[in-house]
Design a protein around this ligand. Structure first.
Ligand code: NAD
Length: 283
């Protein structure tokens, strides 16, 4: 029997717990604050920001969006980040990517105070992850770990193959899995013999943006498969990077798209925002 790793259900349960934590914080006089900086009018970014705000509001996290025009300068953006770094009511700062071409995204990320860097992209947090010390971790990998945990899937000793090496998914997930005692292999566009490699995976995570890249012959029977991909097919329907219908019957557990990793990403953002507010409350 294949287990469907239900991200909606798991995220909702986590959000219920968070709601209680936020209520407790409020009685202690602390309202968790999430600041989102949105530059320009990219429609996909606007949707992502709206979803994050909606989920924040649902659990009582105060979120504020700081919108800058597409023509904003690097200096204007850095000034906004500096103001939020200095604002004690702000626990987490998130700069919605992508940024317009005149902005140096890496310089903006480095300007965020590491202990408010709720996306976990600051090199200090990346360093903390890779030295296995406490820090803020990118939301998508954090959400994947929370989903596996919720279903009692222990990664220690498993061979995890991650397809995709981005800074927001593949690399930080490799760090987390290593910290949880998995044996980790990262594959990418230049990897030779991808199918032979993925067939050795006890845990296969795919984050490439290539619809149906992973076919049934590429998966070891009984593997756990996590599909991070979000692609639109010709009809506009959301699909993942895994051929779900063919692959699912071979697996021990698999995430659907939609309803798998996506909802867990926002839940992870909220978990870390609330954790930062709890740290503030505890002085
Ligand atoms: P990216 O474009 O930054 O990186 C893609 C990675 O996949 C690269 O490392 C590349 O080498 C690898 N790759 C591409 N084609 C490949 C192939 N044929 N064989 C092997 N490796 C290949 O992507 P990203 O930002 O990490 O996002 C990946 C996917 O995950 C996208 O579909 C994105 O929309 C989705 N995503 C979903 C969530 C979520 O919350 N569900 C969050 C982030 C990203």
């Amino acid at each position: 029997m294949t287990i469907r790793l239900d991200g909606n259900q798991t995220a909702n349960a986590l959000m219920n717990t968070l709601q209680g934590q936020v209520a407790a914080l409020k009685t202690a006089g602390v309202v968790p604050g999430l600041a989102v900086i949105l530059v320009g009018d990219d429609p996909a970014s606007a949707i992502y920001v709206r979803n994050k705000r909606r989920r924040a509001a649902a659990i009582g996290v105060a979120s504020t969006v700081y919108t800058l025009p597409a023509t904003a300068t690097q200096a204007e953006l850095l000034a906004q980040v500096a103001a939020l770094n200095a604002d004690p009511s702000v626990d987490g700062i998130l700069v919605q990517l992508p940024l317009p071409p005149q902005i140096d995204a890496a310089a903006v990320i480095v300007a965020i105070a590491p202990d408010k860097d709720v996306d976990g992209f600051h090199p200090v947090n990346v360093g903390r992850l890779w030295t296995n010390t406490p820090g803020i971790v990118a939301s998508t990998p954090y959400g994947i770990m929370a989903l596996l945990h919720a279903y009692g899937i222990h990664v220690a000793g498993l061979h995890a193959v991650i397809v995709g090496r981005s800074n927001i998914v593949g690399r930080p997930l490799a760090g987390l899995l290593l910290n949880h005692d998995a044996t980790v292999t990262i594959a990418h566009r230049q990897t030779a013999g991808l199918a032979a490699l993925t067939r050795t995976a006890d845990l296969l995570v795919v984050a490439t943006g290539q619809a149906n890249l992973i076919t049934a012959d590429m998966v070891k029977p009984g593997a756990v498969v996590v599909d991070v991909g979000m692609n639109r097919d010709a009809a506009g329907k959301l699909t993942g990077d895994v051929d779900y219908a063919a692959v699912a019957p071979k697996t021990r557990a698999i995430t659907p798209v939609p309803g798998g990793v996506g909802p867990m990403t926002i839940a992870a953002l909220m978990m870390q925002t609330v954790a930062l507010a709890e740290r503030r409350a505890n002085g």
